[in-house]
Ligand binder design. Structure first.
Ligand code: TTP
Ligand code: CA
Ligand code: CA
Length: 619
């Protein structure tokens, strides 16, 4: 397989998915005009309702005005917001069916998946002899681009299919066409089985790359499938608007349309690679140049589970968030929802997210302005995540807020050990709820450990002890010679230090031997520092490398990066607490600490956050 046209890729997309899930639960709704609404906005429209003029993204009342007989189902609510669990699980049922037949499946959204069926097709071609007549009977729901009109007209479809099979299958023996025809038979079988086992209809596109399979899938719906061969691409592209193509729905498509005057895909052929390089980065220019010619080499990456997990909500009209109280309430709800789903995902898929992205839209002169910020993801803890989101969003006081999303991504596989699970699930390191947070300073003998600290008054010692007895490095990594660094980065500093020490000892056994506690599996009491909440990318801690801090844009030495991040977390928390509570927490805590340090029993030092910053910001 060397040519970009040698693969066979299918995209399967469920028809009016949320409506099908609802009408499977409520059979009286089957065949009826139906919409599924969330927050009073129509998100899914049955084909019966579409025929009566109902469209997506209108308000439920508007749907009723357009079609008085329409049934409106409101999607389930949890944490004060729509809960898609039911639909996600229904999507997973479909994946289970596909999994029985195809090893290379990429779940692309709640209701669609790409399949690389190249091998299935080649195996079938080797083992089965099919005449064009056999194929015509098997392909009873299949359209062929270039051999049918744009409608779902059955006569045009079957005549076109027959003509195509005769032309390319019997006469010329076009190899790609033969393989696409066999692929279409396989996809007809898969769709039939999905209907039998899950009671859902779906549509499919069959072509030789992901972009074209997706495009083909949308041409004939519902309950149909479409073949797109390379010979038909250039003709089809004269009629395909640029923004209807996968990856071109956003900024890139807009630039093509507005700045380069490309309206349909064939317009893109006017540009050389050099022309495109003047406007786009190398990767994008290259991709555009290729896709204009129907070439897309993106592989189908086997993935049965989503790449990201997010909890989000729109706040339309009067529901817009206008004060910190409202913001606090909603980030709490969203964080609760997110953590529930992450914990379930952890149970199901043995993986943990390492990046948290907080995105929000606020209104400026009635226009939506989007902001987003990513940071490392620590333990799955509702209060902690809510605190981070609150801090990020409240920082600029940009109200009213009309959309918030807390998303997690960059999953790493983890081994499940009892303590590892309980560590993350119980949130031993959970930060305090925002209203109780206090920032104070603590000095220690090791200068590098002098960092800002979130502590729970009175409970701090207990939580450190708890952690010590709960977590032992060896229980997380039974084979200490095979420590997964991405998992290690999720653990408390004490355990990270233990691991580093172990690795160092392994490399030069004479050094530091006395210090190591690995043989006893003990855990040093390092204090419940804010460091514990900061996940470090294992590559980011390379001493020699420099990392740009997204917060202050400074280049930071790798081994100082975590401390630098700690500073920002502490500083931001401090700001948000000061803002939300309207009092000088730092002033109070410093005062308290000063009092404590003056007591003969205390050996704690105090240091202002500014002096902390001046130390780390230029590291
Ligand atoms: P789609 O596949 O875009 O649409 P659909 O399945 O309803 O209809 P079609 O037959 O045209 O494929 O979306 C899948 C489901 O995702 C849809 O049923 C409802 C949900 N959805 C949202 O929750 N929010 C959105 O913005 C969109 C577009 C869909
Ligand atoms: Ca769909
Ligand atoms: Ca879809």
């Amino acid at each position: 397989m060397s040519s970009p046209e040698d693969r066979i890729i299918a995209l399967i997309d469920m028809d009016c998915f949320f409506c099908q899930v609802e009408s499977r639960d409520h059979p009286e709704l089957k065949g009826q005009p139906l919409v599924v609404s969330q927050n009073n906005v129509v998100l899914a429209v049955s084909y019966e309702a579409r025929a009566l003029g109902v469209t997506r993204f209108i308000r439920s009342e508007e749907a009723k005005e357009k079609c008085p007989t329409v049934n409106i189902v409101n999607s389930p609510i949890s944490h004060g917001k729509s809960d898609n669990t039911k639909y996600r699980m229904a999507g997973q049922e479909v994946i289970q069916v596909l999994k029985q037949h195809c090893p290379t499946i990429e779940r692309a959204s709640i209701d669609e998946a790409y399949l690389d069926i190249t091998k299935l097709v080649d195996d079938r071609l080797e083992t089965t002899l099919s005449s064009s007549e056999d194929l015509r009977t098997s392909l009873s729901n299949t359209f062929v681009v270039g051999y049918c009109g744009p409608s779902n007209d059955e006569i045009q479809r079957s005549q076109g299919l027959q003509r195509w099979l005769e032309e390319v299958f019997d006469d010329i023996s076009d190899d790609q066409a033969r393989r696409l025809a066999i692929a279409a038979v396989i996809v007809e079988e898969l769709r039939r089985e999905i209907l039998q086992k899950c009671s859902f209809t779906c549509s499919a596109g069959i072509s030789y790359n992901k972009v074209l399979a997706k495009l083909a899938c949308g041409l004939h719906k519902p309950n149909k499938q479409t073949i797109l061969s390379s010979a038909e691409v250039s003709e089809l592209f004269t009629a395909v608007p640029v923004n209807k193509v996968r990856n071109l729905g956003g900024k890139i498509g807009k630039t093509l349309m507005e700045n380069l005057n490309c309206n349909v895909m064939s317009d893109l052929m006017r540009f050389t690679l050099q022309d495109l390089l003047k406007v786009f980065d190398e990767k994008t220019a290259d991709w555009l140049f290729n896709i204009a010619r129907g070439v897309d080499n993106e592989p189908v990456t086997p993935r049965l589970i989503c790449k990201s997990i997010a909890a989000s909500k729109n706040f339309f009209g009067k529901a817009a968030i206008t004060d910190l109280e409202g913001l606090k309430e909603w980030v709490g709800e969203l964080a609760g929802d997110l953590v529930e789903r992450l914990e379930q995902d952890f149970e199901d898929n043995n993986r943990r997210a390492t990046t948290l992205t907080v995105c929000y839209h606020h209104l400026v002169e009635k226009k939506n302005v989007s902001q987003s910020k990513s940071c490392p993801m620590g333990p799955y803890n509702k209060e902690r995540i809510a605190g981070i989101a609150f801090d990020i969003i409240s920082r600029n006081m940009q109200m009213p807020i009309v959309f918030i999303s807390l998303g997690t991504s960059k999953f790493v596989s983890v081994q499940k050990s009892g303590n590892f699970v309980s560590y993350f699930k119980k949130g031993v390191h959970s930060a305090k709820p925002m209203e109780n947070l206090e920032i104070r300073k603590e000095g220690s003998q090791e200068e590098a450990r002098e960092i800002s600290k979130i502590s729970r008054e009175g409970n701090e010692e207990k939580s450190v002890e708890d952690r010590g007895s709960l977590i032992k490095l060896q229980e997380i990594f039974p084979d200490l010679n095979d420590i997964d660094h991405s998992v290690l980065a999720l653990l408390p500093m004490e355990l990270q230090d233990e691991a580093k020490l172990y690795i160092k000892n392994k490399e030069s056994p004479k050094v530091n031997n006395a210090k190591s506690k690995m043989s006893s599996g003990g855990v040093r009491n390092g204090g419940n520092t804010i460091k514990n909440f900061v996940v470090k990318n294992s590559s980011a801690v390379e001493k020699s490398s420099m990392i740009r801090c997204s917060e202050c844009d400074q280049m930071i030495q790798g081994d100082k990066f975590s401390e630098h991040c700690d500073f920002h977390v502490a500083q931001n928390l401090q700001k948000s607490i000061n803002r939300s509570l309207g009092r000088e927490v730092l002033g109070d805590s410093l005062k308290r600490n000063r009092e404590k340090s003056s007591s003969p029993k205390s050996n704690k030092k105090t240091r202002s956050i500014d002096s902390y910053f001046s130390k780390f910001k230029n590291n």
